[in-house]
Design a protein. Sequence first.
Length: 587
Amino acid sequence: MSAPVRPWRGVQGAAALGVLVVLAVVRGRLLADSYFNQDDFYMTGRAYRADLTWDYLFADFAGHVNPLQQLTLWLVAHHAPFDWAVVVTVILAANLAATALVWLILSRLLGAGWTRVVLLAVFAWAPITLAPTLWWSASMFLWPQVLCSLTAIWLLIRWRQGDGRTWVNTLGIIAAVAVGLLWHERAVLIVPLLLGVAVAIADEATGWRRLVAALRRYWWLWLALVALLGGFLAGHAALTDVVGGGGTARQQLDVSWSFVGQNVVPGLVGGPWAGHVQGGAVVPATWVTVASGVLVVAVIGLLLWLGGPARRWGVAVLVGYVAADLALLLSGRSAFGDIIGLDPRYSSDTLHAVVVCIALCLRGAAPVPALASGKRRALVVGTSLAAYGVVAALGTALLVPAFQNTADRAFVTHFRDALADDPDQVVFDGAAPAELVLPLVDGDNRYSVIFGPLPERPAFDGPSARMRVVASDGSLRPAELVGPVTSRPGPSRSCGYPVSADPATVMLRAPVSGRLLLRIDYYSGSESTVTVTSGGWHEEFLARRGPNEVWLVLPDLDDDVQVLDLVGDGRATVCVTGVAAGLPVTP
């Protein structure tokens, strides 16, 4: 093993800090201008309506059981709802912590050398992790798993180098894996990656004997991790209805190609530099796929040619991790077709494994004679950093407009501004546009779920003289009816339908059905509570003095509605001059 170095000392340490500063500035700026999107809204809404119980934390969520994510959602929903600054701080801190861990690992594997600075920049600046970073839900899938994986790897290398107490390193590894599993099932990949690292650093053996040496040296760690994985998988199977990915053999081949050839490979070399975004899928241009494929094959060839004693194991672990990631995707999503393989959410975790595996390949490699000169090394390193910075910037520029969610921010801003202008408004509940939340979440795409946690505490569907409808841009507009069904004239020419302690019956001109708005026009000499009934539905409103109107929400009842019964509390006679029922005009 390379002798441990002080990672943050010297010119190389300063260069590493410079890489982190660039990461913090660029991604901090991009994150600040991004916003919540899709799953963020309805998952937060669910958390807000839930009590913090074991049933909530370990609930089956679309085939996932991730209690630590559920806990995070609950805390944000109840203590910092719609506070994007808090979310940005947490995401950026996780991104920086993972990058710092990569530097510590590279410093232990490679010792003092400029190669580790280049690899750090690859991890820090690669656009493959950008899209998940800008989306809160996706970042919760990515960064906790990566942090736990890197922590376990770092502790294993410390253990191998005789740094720190054995039991502390061991328990730390087990705890990191356990936390990762409680965050997301993809953390099952930590254990095989950890085994691959242990094999590659088993310098007391060669060839396949490295595997035997690694298993013997850390045998009780592997027993503990296998027991942990077994318990997790058994518990996961008991708590979820696991549904396979399905899909035909052709679909699985298409997903495999799109995931590896069009997603992982371009992403690892700073791409894609050209192409287009289709929903959450990034489709690279054909020339990008070809060029990045050639570049990756060339890099692997150089590693096998010039790498150190464990170069073959490093490449094998790299290929194995990508294959395992692909297997997880095929097992759960292959029926979606090749487009699912183009989603960076499912490939971004490969980056940390690839950087570590390249370091394993280079560890102990003989110096390249052509780079013996300090000036040449500086030129190569500087050129490499500049070149990767340029291609990463091109990839970032392609992805940012599609993943920054500026339209969602504008929608929520308009909604909250309207509430601030008139806090007493009542909002007609309904399905949000698909651009905000897709209609695939069992009714949780309703405005009352999405905006329920807002600090403004908006009211939905209650009786109000100021009923509002959400416009396409998120602003609130006064309710209007399209093609309303009106009531027949009342028995009193001057009062219409007199409503007092004695009930009055209002007849609509035609029966209506479905979830509708009711507008009741009335006037009264003093306040009185009026109850409106139809079938098994009833609603109360406070009739105020003078001429007024009130809006009620008529739910979707089993039978058509044509008759409404109104009765007052006897304090005054309320003259109902007209009733109208219908759907609201969508602004």
